[in-house]
Design a protein around this ligand. Structure first.
Ligand code: PLP
Length: 396
C-alpha cells in the first residue's frame, strides 16, 4: 500500500494550483529547440529559449559531439574524483579558464548544482551571505545548504548592501561574509552593479560571487558580466553555465587556483555525482573555442535583440528597462498577460508569460529571448504578430 497522506497532500495541492491558475502545463517540443520549434504539430517562432547564440543546433558542435561518442562512448562512467575525469573535461576547464581570464576553472553537471556545490564548499554556519533579493533559485538553495546566515539586500540597492555589510561586520558574529548576485537578472534583463559591489566587497573584506548564467556569451563580447566591467581580478567566484548561451549542459566556477583546488576536494556534486558525458564536454569546449575565435555570433545576438526591442517599443509596448537581449513585454494584469501569450501562440509566436509569484503582482509580462539564430524575417513576423494581437486586445 502506498501512503494515503502523500496522496491527499498531492491531490489537494495540485488542485489548488490549478484553481489559482498557477499550474504550469508543459508543452513538449517536437525536434530541436532552435529559432523555429514544433509544438503539437504547429510551427512557431521560438522566443522562449536561452539559446542566445544558436549553438544548440550548431553543426560544428554536433560534429565534435558525435566524434566524442565514437571515441569515448556515451557516458563518463564515474564521478570526477574516482575515474570519471576524462581528458575532455580537463580540456574544457582549461579552455574556460582562458575564456574567463582566470587561473583555473572547475566544471559541474549543471549551473544549478554548481551553485549548490560551490557556496556550501566555502561557507558554513559561522558565516553570513549578503544576497540580492532577486537572486536565482539555485543561489537561494545553495545559500540555504551552506547553513550560513542569509541576509537579503534590496535588489541592486547599493546603499542597502553597504549598510547590511557594515552591520554584519560590526556584529562580530561571522567568520566570513560573502556577497552574491546574479550578473544579469533574467526576468528584467538588468545588469548587477558590479563595480559598486566590488567596491563594497573591498571595503568590508567580503567574498564576492557572481552567477553569470545569463551574462556569459552575452556581455563583455561573450566573456560575461565581470569582463564587461573589466573586473576579472576582483571577483572571487565567477560562476557560469554551459546550458544557456553555450548551448550544451553543465556549469562552472572560474577563479584563483587555490579556490578551484578546494572545490575539487570539497564540493559534493563533484565528488558524488557522475561527470557530464564526453559529447557534452566536447561540444562545450568547441563552443568556447568558437567564442574565443570570433565575436560574430555575439554581435548577431545584439543586432537581433536591438532590432526586436526597437520594433516592439515603436509599436508602443512597455519593454521595461532591460540592458541585455532579454526583452520583457510588460502587460501588467496576470490574466491578460496569459491571454496575450496564448494569442501570440495561436498566431505562431512562442513567447511564455511570466506572472506573479515569479515577478511582482501587476507586472505580468511576456518574455522574449531573441537569439543569434533568428532571421530578420522571423523578427519582422514577430513584430507584426505583436502589432495585430496588441491592437486586438487594446494593449497598444
Ligand atoms: C539558469 C540559471 C542557473 C542554472 O543553470 P543550469 O545550467 O540551467 O542548471 C543558475 N543561475 C541562474 C542565474 C540561471 O539563470
Amino acid at each position: 500500500m502506498t501512503s494515503k497522506i502523500l496522496h491527499s497532500f498531492l491531490d489537494e495541492n495540485i488542485t489548488e494550483l490549478k484553481d489559482r491558475g498557477l499550474y504550469n502545463e508543459i508543452d513538449p517540443v517536437e525536434g530541436a529547440n532552435g529559432p523555429i520549434i514544433n509544438i503539437d504539430n504547429k510551427k512557431l517562432i521560438n522566443l522562449s529559449s536561452n539559446n542566445y547564440l544558436g549553438l544548440v543546433t550548431d553543426d560544428r558542435l554536433k560534429k565534435v559531439a558525435k566524434e566524442a561518442v565514437d571515441s569515448y562512448g556515451v557516458g563518463a562512467g564515474a564521478v570526477r574524483t574516482i575515474n570519471g575525469t576524462l581528458d575532455l573535461h580537463i580540456e574544457l576547464e582549461e579552455k574556460l579558464a582562458d575564456f574567463k581570464g582566470t587561473e583555473a576553472v572547475i566544471s559541474y553537471q549543471s549551473g544549478f548544482n554548481c551553485n549548490m556545490a560551490a557556496i556550501s564548499a566555502v561557507m558554513d554556519k559561522n558565516d553570513a551571505i549578503l544576497s540580492d533579493a532577486l537572486n536565482h533559485a539555485s543561489i537561494i538553495d545553495g545559500c540555504r545548504l551552506s547553513k550560513a546566515k542569509i541576509i537579503p539586500f534590496e535588489h541592486s540597492d547599493m546603499d542597502d548592501l553597504r549598510q547590511k555589510a557594515k552591520e554584519a561586520v560590526d556584529s562580530g558574529n561571522y567568520n566570513k561574509i560573502m556577497v552574491i548576485t546574479d550578473g544579469v537578472f533574467s526576468m528584467d534583463g538588468d545588469i548587477a552593479k558590479l563595480p559598486e559591489i566590488v567596491e563594497i566587497a573591498e571595503e568590508f573584506d567580503l567574498i564576492s560571487y557572481v552567477d553569470d548564467a545569463h551574462g556569459s556569451g552575452v556581455l563583455g563580447k561573450g566573456a560575461g558580466t565581470v569582463k564587461h566591467f573589466g573586473l576579472q581580478d576582483k571577483v572571487d567566484f565567477q560562476m557560469g553555465t554551459l546550458s544557456k548561451a553555450i548551448g550544451v549542459i553543465g556549469g562552472y566556477v572560474a577563479g584563483k587556483a587555490n579556490l578551484i583546488d578546494w572545490l575539487k576536494v570539497r564540493s559534493r556534486p563533484f565528488l558524488f555525482s557522475t561527470a557530464v558525458s564526453p559529447a557534452d564536454a566536447a561540444a562545450s569546449t568547441k563552443a568556447i573555442e568558437l567564442l574565443l575565435e570570433s565575436t560574430e555570433l555575439n554581435e548577431r545576438l545584439w543586432e537581433n535583440a536591438n532590432y526586436l526591442k526597437s520594433g516592439l517599443e515603436k509599436l508602443g509596448f512597455d519593454i521595461g528597462k532591460s540592458e541585455t537581449p532579454i526583452t520583457p513585454c510588460i502587460i501588467g494584469d496576470e490574466k491578460e498577460t496569459q491571454a496575450f501569450s496564448k494569442r501570440l501562440y495561436e498566431e505562431g509566436v512562442y513567447a511564455k508569460s511570466i506572472v506573479f509569484p515569479t515577478v511582482p503582482k501587476g507586472t505580468g509580462r511576456v518574455r522574449n529571448m531573441p537569439t543569434a539564430a533568428h532571421t530578420k524575417e522571423m523578427l519582422d513576423t514577430t513584430i507584426s504578430v505583436y502589432k495585430k494581437v496588441g491592437k486586438e486586445m487594446g494593449i497598444i
